[in-house]
Write a protein that binds this ligand. Sequence first.
Ligand code: ACO
Length: 151
Amino acid sequence: SSQLGPDYILRPLQLSDYRAGVLEVLKDLTVVGDISEERFTEQFEFLRARQGEYFVIVIEKAATGNVVGVGTLLVERKFIHECGLVGHIEDIAVAKSEQGKRLGIKIIGALDFIGKRVGCYKNILDCSPHNEQFYVKCGYSNAGFEMTKRF
Ligand code: ACO
């Protein structure tokens, strides 16, 4: 998009992003594990079949073709708020060498734009205290605690 300048391309995830390093970018966020191209493809097809529900976007560095940023919006359909929709922002990561160049804020801006366009009344996310100020700069505010039960 024009806001990104000519050096970066923001677009939906595509199958070839397995080879363009999308999983390496996610490894900066947490454990990814050893995922074969077949498993990646299977998961990709599952998400693609749920158009309007899962939006996975990436930022590609034009000079190399590598993925340097990634983020997901998952649209939840509720009964409350007159069958309202809530967007869940998940798995945001920017490659270490590309952090601090406002790519993260562009990813969140794009996911907020999608959320609004599909009719979500809000987007929400969980993050560590370490990242709170990043999300404040993206226009988010603290709305309580994250609770977890691991299985
Ligand atoms: N603490 C305080 N301020 C921050 C932080 C931080 N941890 N990270 C970024 N900022 C500020 C920047 O300085 C910048 O400020 P400015 O507008 O005054 O210049 C603004 O936030 C926007 O920063 P970006 O350059 O867009 O951030 P970046 O591209 O580096 O992406 C991100 C931020 C995604 C948190 C990146 O550091 C990252 O990938 N970290 C590792 C993975 C991770 O923690 N992901 C988030 C998990 S939470 C979730 O997925 C819902």
